[in-house]
Design a protein around this ligand. Sequence first.
Ligand SMILES: Nc1ncnc2c1ncn2[C@@H]1O[C@H](COP(=O)(O)OP(=O)(O)OP(=O)(O)O)[C@@H](O)[C@H]1O
Ligand SMILES: [Mg+2]
Length: 375
Amino acid sequence: MTIRRLPEATVNRIAAGEVVERPANVVKELTENAIDAGARQIDITIAEGGRALILVSDDGKGMSRDELSLAIERHATSKLADEDLFNITTLGFRGEALPSIGAVARMRIASRPPGAAEGWEIAVTGGTVTPPAPAALGKGTRIEVRDLFYATPARLKFLKSERAEQMAINETVKRLAMAHPEIGLSLSHNGRRNLDLPAEQGELFTARAARLAAIMGREFTDNSTPVNASRDGIALDGLAGLPTYHRGTAQMQFLFVNGRPVRDKLLTGAVRGAYQDFLARDRHPAVVLFLTLPPAEVDVNVHPAKAEVRFRDPGTIRGLIVGGLRHALAETGHRASTTIASAALGAMRAPGGLPPQRGYGAPVTSAAARAAAQA
Ligand SMILES: Nc1ncnc2c1ncn2[C@@H]1O[C@H](COP(=O)(O)OP(=O)(O)OP(=O)(O)O)[C@@H](O)[C@H]1O
Ligand SMILES: [Mg+2]
């Protein structure tokens, strides 16, 4: 056996296997890059479930000619200040997404920073780079990914139906849109507009309420109550579905950590724990929860697609979620068709929980409940 170093293109293709499993992962990486670039509007165009085309345009800070060349290099990132993996404030940090996508597809990146005299474009086809050339575009970045996985036919075979891939893309965009109401987002598939979300104005609570209503629908906002709790510098807010509004799956559970959509066992377990006295075992609540905590308290570098996180103090997080949700549900105890007396729920209130915030367009709790919460 001879040990040898693999060529760069092969290394990137191997990395791509972890970073991009399906078209929705590409959409996620490109949209997250646009969010990190400070975009106010992001437009996404898809053809054939993302297999034929994924096009993401933003009006963010763009890249110069030199930055373009660096952006497609492996482990090149503008985001990891001081190489500190415990102080991550952006969605990206590894410098892996673009080279990985370029290794398995035909990718073109055109970009122009605001105020720059001209734009530049670079192309990567199955890992082969074409040097930058001048490009005509307004400010921002436009990334086009065609023929995804053409360079890795085995991966192509694993793709699901066009419809299934499209649904996964919709889901990904919706999750990111929930966390960033200040950004306008559109998504078109095969020439049809699937999603058109205007940038929401006003302070975060108001903007988020409007965005959640637009994405989740009025039925959810009418059947949910605000959650608002904090402990030790960690804040929890969002909307908790009433126990009467349950589902057969956990599909209506959306969890975010510092603006990053996550699927985390600890968090879903805490949600289940909070609702266990209200719901049958096979029923699932609908929740949208945003956890905000100092970056040093959470490790996001544990999963190739950054979907999972690890908390420094899991006990506090669980306590905050269980307590915060129970407190919010207790406030609505008089409206929920549950057998638990609200007195019993009151006893489970979170220490340090804050009174509910207005502005979600959610049901207003009774004056008595609010007075009790403030007592
Ligand atoms: N839409 C964009 N607008 C401006 N700059 C961008 C955009 N997309 C990528 N970049 C630049 O290219 C770099 C590389 O992007 P890439 O997605 O590969 O890595 P990353 O976002 O730094 O980390 P990760 O691999 O975790 O996503 C970024 O750090 C950023 O500087
Ligand atoms: Mg990125």
